[in-house]
Design a protein around this ligand. Structure first.
Ligand code: SF4
Ligand code: SF4
Length: 553
């Protein structure tokens, strides 16, 4: 195996024996093979589009296939084997459609060369052997590999956000067209400029996808509003829901109403507490625990069933006892955990098994008490725009520091807590994603009633931070987003964060600090390009970075 898609990759080079995340070699290889097959489907999909015969039937499958390979999403080899088998069938169908359309248009058979991803086929007994030969290292040139993988990794994040939006009925052909174009591009010999162009287009597509998901979420559930989220527990048994899928949240709240079972969020589902459509439920108690990597401890003490709607699902440790309380759904999978199937056409998912399980479980053990404040997505912040602008003009707010992104296990991530603690009191932290757990329970106070930590929501809600920045640029009459008093000190972990990073680059944001380490999939040459074009830099010490950010550097 060779996997370097996340920040925790071994020696910041690549996991080669087993993932630092716990991913076994077999799973890693099957994930590579699934991506290989998605490339093959996309080769034909792109050709059909060029002929004006667009094919939409594989859009959801491709997005979900990419999504399933995201770090800590799916650990179930049987699911990957099934997806690869289905992928081969889909590829055959789209191949036939293309060959027929080609012949009809040209009067002769298509006879040009095709990449292996478009032609290789086998039954599942041969998957493991093939999977060993088509991974990341199959591309020998380090810089080509780096640009291809940067594109694929960013694409995984885009696909995850596109899938959430699609589940709420929001899809855009141009997003799915780009996903196909990008996958197909990795089977071609392109120039460096062409590959860099595709990476930038991935950033543009990430912006469009996050905007679409924002529209989907706010249309379905209203605009997030300032909310004090309870972090203590009640007396009833509870269900803990984590991941990002708000449709699952909606259906779980509806199905648990009146059952005597309470609902709590964990990790990235925390922002669900701030949506009007969810706040109205009395049995929606609040948030339990911290970010994803604390789950082995916190799922244990929660006592009730846990629903994983997306990543991050961490493998259970030997002493964990909650496998029979663990439920997965959507693209998430884990051998031994019960899987809640997709909703039937026009219907809902069936969470009755979780509810019955919860009724037989003790209530959660309290691990903390109090509240944390959230709900500062773009609509809420723009409602405070006059107050914010006045505070900037009066000098009460000197600087905003965007500390969005991810949390993770690495010790070096204390940096983000220390930056939050040591930033001057006239700075405001803008955050989104699970990075917030590094500082959202510190009492950092407020500036004239504006909290010093404004939490826009999940990592996809980083879109809100872009909307806020663009609005401030307009209000202050600036030509360049980089002239705003905003610094970017971003933490990354997995592939959605890469999509967000590419989105920021597409929007022209320069001088981003990225940590705790730069991605291993960036070759020295690609890093050089990013530094020259965008002034990207690794984080330094807390003191140096705060001083530099306050000086606008
Ligand atoms: S997802 Fe991260 S930790 Fe897991 S195998 Fe890949 S690089 Fe390693
Ligand atoms: S914030 Fe980062 S680690 Fe957390 S779910 Fe989003 S991308 Fe993953």
């Amino acid at each position: 195996m060779f996997c370097f898609q996340c920040q925790e990759t071994a020696k910041n080079t690549g996991c080669t024996v087993k993932g630092v995340c716990g991913k076994p070699e077999e799973t890693a290889n099957l994930q590579d093979l699934l991506i290989f097959i998605l490339r093959g489907i996309s080769v034909y999909g792109e050709k059909l589009k060029e002929m004006g015969a667009g094919e939409r039937s594989n859009d959801d499958f491709i997005a979900q296939g990419l999504f399933a390979t995201i770090t800590n999403a799916n650990w179930d080899d049987a699911r990957f084997t099934a997806m690869i088998t289905e992928g081969l069938q889909r590829r055959d169908q789209v191949q036939h459609k293309f060959l027929a359309a080609y012949k009809e248009k040209n009067g002769s058979d298509f006879d040009a060369a095709l990449p292996e991803a478009a032609t290789w086929t086998a039954d599942p007994s041969a998957f493991a052997e093939k999977a060993r030969t088509i991974g990341v290292l199959a591309t020998e040139n380090e810089d080509v590999r780096s640009l291809r993988e940067l594109l694929i990794i960013g694409l995984k994040g885009v696909a995850a956000y596109a899938d959430h939006a699609a589940l709420l009925g929001f899809q855009k052909d141009e997003i799915n067209d780009f996903i196909m174009e990008a996958l197909a591009s990795t089977t071609k010999d392109l120039t460096v400029d062409e590959m860099v162009g595709l990476v930038m287009k991935a950033g543009e597509t990430a912006v469009n996808t996050m905007a679409l998901l924002d529209e989907a979420n706010t249309t379905a559930y209203g605009n997030p509003e300032i909310t004090e989220v309870n972090i203590g527990v009640g007396k009833n048994p509870g269900i803990l829901i984590t991941g990002h899928d708000l449709k699952d949240m909606e259906e779980l709240l509806k199905q648990t109403e009146g059952t005597g079972v309470d609902v709590y969020t964990h990790g990235e589902m925390l922002p669900a507490n701030c949506y009007p459509a969810f706040k109205k439920y009395d049995h929606f108690v609040g948030n339990y625990g911290g970010s994803w990597w604390h789950q082995n401890k916190e799922f244990e003490s929660f006592n009730g069933p846990i629903l994983l709607t997306t990543n991050c699902l961490v493998p259970l440790k030997k002493n964990n006892t909650y496998l029979d309380r663990l439920f997965t759904t959507g693209v998430v999978g884990y051998a031994g955990a019960a899987h809640i199937g997709d909703r039937p056409e026009g219907g809902t998912k069936d969470f009755s098994a979780l509810i019955e399980k919860a009724k037989a479980c003790p209530s959660p053990i309290e691990i903390e008490t109090g509240t944390i404040v959230g709900g500062f997505a773009h609509n809420q912040v723009l409602a405070l725009a006059d107050k914010v602008v006045d505070a900037v003009k009066s000098g009460a707010i000197k600087r905003f520091v965007v500390m969005a992104g991810c949390d993770g296990r690495q010790k070096g991530r204390n940096y983000y807590t220390e930056v939050a603690e040591n930033l001057p009191k006239d700075t405001v932290i803008l955050t989104a994603g699970c990075a917030k757990y590094r500082y959202n329970k510190l009492n950092l106070g407020d500036i004239g009633g504006i909290p010093r930590v404004l939490d826009a929501g999940q990592c996809n809600d980083s879109y809100s931070l872009a909307v806020i920045a663009l609005k401030l640029k307009e209000v202050f009459g600036l030509d360049d987003i980089n002239d705003l008093p905003i610094s970017y000190d971003i933490a990354w972990y997995e592939q959605k964060a890469v999509a967000v990073l590419l989105a920021l680059l597409f929007l022209g944001v320069k001088g981003i600090r990225l940590g705790p380490t730069l991605p291993a999939f960036l070759s020295p040459t690609v890093v050089k390009v990013l530094v020259e074009k965008f002034d990207i830099k690794p984080i330094g010490t807390v003191e140096e970075d705060i001083a530099a950010m306050m000086a606008g550097k």
